[in-house]
Design a protein around this ligand. Structure first.
Ligand SMILES: [Zn+2]
Length: 163
């Protein structure tokens, strides 16, 4: 089962369905600007059900590792993805307004008869990414390749100044 599944979200929740699968990073183009390479994949489990107030929602778990680029050394930074999301399905704008007024509003998505599961997973991963990915202090490794990249960037900046 790949992430290219399309589900009717309300029906999926009503009938408490479960979907498991794997989505290759290569199939999530919106992540490509953020990663060093598009290797790897994430595993997911999507479960439909109802919350404590009998409202329909989706529970999403995503686990995997993304290959980010460390901003300091430009080297590979393995970033573990571990997402647990409960998403309330909104059927109308009134639903949204009601939820927004609560002290602790639930995370929500619009109910969609053709929800793209891969797209949803991609959204959730994008939300979980660090703004400025870096290795922990002292854990950077300056490879020859990274140093060359830093040098090229510096030369390019210099060349730009000279123009
Ligand atoms: Zn680093």
């Amino acid at each position: 089962m790949s992430g290219q599944a399309i589900i009717d979200s309300l029906e999926f929740a009503r009938t408490a369905q479960e979907l498991q699968g794997k989505v290759p990073i290569a199939e999530m183009p919106r992540l490509h600007d953020c990663v060093l390479d598009t290797g790897g994949a994430v595993d997911f489990t999507l479960t439909g059900g109802r919350d404590g107030r009998n409202r329909r929602g989706l529970h999403l778990e995503v686990n995997g590792v993304l290959h980010l680029r460390c901003e300091r050394c430009l080297g590979l930074l393995d970033f573990p993805v571990s997402i647990l999301s409960d998403l309330l399905l909104l059927e109308s704008a009134a639903d949204f307004d009601r939820e927004a007024e609560l002290d602790e509003p639930a995370d929500t998505i619009d109910a969609d008869p053709q929800l793209d599961v891969g797209g949803l997973i991609e959204d959730e991963i994008l939300l979980s990414l660090p703004i400025s990915p870096r290795h922990a202090e002292g854990e950077c490794e300056y490879t020859a390749e990274a140093l060359a990249a830093v040098r090229d960037t510096a030369f390019a900046a210099l060349a730009g100044l000279k123009k």
